[in-house]
Design a protein around this ligand. Sequence first.
Ligand SMILES: NC(=O)c1ccc[n+]([C@@H]2O[C@H](COP(=O)([O-])OP(=O)(O)OC[C@H]3O[C@@H](n4cnc5c(N)ncnc54)[C@H](O)[C@@H]3O)[C@@H](O)[C@H]2O)c1
Length: 405
Amino acid sequence: MINVIGLGYIGLPTALMFAAHGVEVVGTDCDAELVATLNAGRTTFKEEGLDELFGRAVAAGARFSTEYQECGTYIVSVPTPYDKATKRIDPSYVVDAVGSVLDVAPEGAVVVIESTVSPGAIDRYVRPALAGRGRGDVKLAHAPERIIPGDMVGELLRNNRTVGADDPETGELVKSLYASFCRGEIAVTDIRTAEMTKVVENTFRDVNIAFANELAKICRSDGMDVREIIRIANKHPRVGILSPGPGVGGHCISVDPWFLVGDYPELARLIRNARETNDSMPEFVLARASEVMRESGITDSSKVGIYGLAYKEDVDDVRESPTLQMLESMGRHLAGSPCKVYDPWVERDVVPNQVHSMEEFLEGLEMVVVMVGHSEVKGRPEAFGDRVLLDTRDVMGSGENVHKL
Ligand SMILES: NC(=O)c1ccc[n+]([C@@H]2O[C@H](COP(=O)([O-])OP(=O)(O)OC[C@H]3O[C@@H](n4cnc5c(N)ncnc54)[C@H](O)[C@@H]3O)[C@@H](O)[C@H]2O)c1
């Protein structure tokens, strides 16, 4: 039996995937309301294919509890934020969860940390927790997750994976567990290499996004069309520039590079710059929105609405989203009343002035800042009528009323 600890965006689909592929699974979360929702037969967030997977997993015997279970293998998938002051990982959730695991784990149990951690964090923070309890018998492994919200179920099946482990036997054991559903290649290595590899992957993405965003700023400052420049540059056989956007959000790309900056402040300079560039984009959008308002003769900021609250298209996850970052600094640029905000994916109330239908959103608006390219509007500027659009994701095509970053 496997006990998956933490049933959030990563832990829940992982637990369900194991169960749907014949592995006995209990999912444990400290959030009693979340567990009650699952036990009432409902999933806790929106994700393509998740409800269907949930049905299959429950039919196969998946169970959910607030209690940690006595079993041979634990998969820990709890949050790993960073400390905003030091930029270093906050390992407290992982350490707490492992502590609770040790209360029930039998001799020789394997504890797999799925949460993303900074290189060396398992040795620095988790192993001492084992030693402190005299549990040298417990084997540790690290199996970081790579799936992308929006295609989590598909990517769980298809993606290649990494397993770092204390010894090759543990590595092979953990590999064989994931191979129950994973059709990708599973590389087995040591824990530190697996930790670093995962953080490097997200840092690679962040640095490349920052490059595109910096180009957008340079081009805007001197009247050049960054999209046309990138389109042509990408015809070069060894160039593949990403698209600029309003910033980076979510619990991964906007967080993990900070682990390297925090641990290697003198060395991780490009990485720090990239993070800062991406974090500056919501401010850049605000400045650009003011510019478009001026050009379009719009003087009343209450006539400007923000479409999109999630951090990317077709998900309901708002963590670190560029829209939230932008709302934080709003007063400085679009002075006056806060703008209306609408996101069809985000049903719960997250910010003031959030509305819950497109009709209510568009009423009285002259301009919309499109922060997320959800499928319902992608390629459909007419979804916003003839309003002035600031299209920060370049998903609205071209038109007289469509302005780009
Ligand atoms: N969300 C993503 O897209 C994504 C992708 C790849 C990797 N990751 C990594 O996966 C990890 C989990 O992220 P997430 O997005 O699933 O987080 P999340 O916040 O959605 O879920 C974490 C869950 O853990 C529970 N929890 C916290 N402490 C607990 C404890 N001691 N015992 C039991 N349950 C506990 C919380 O109640 C919550 O339900 C993080 O390290 C993250 O960096 C996330």
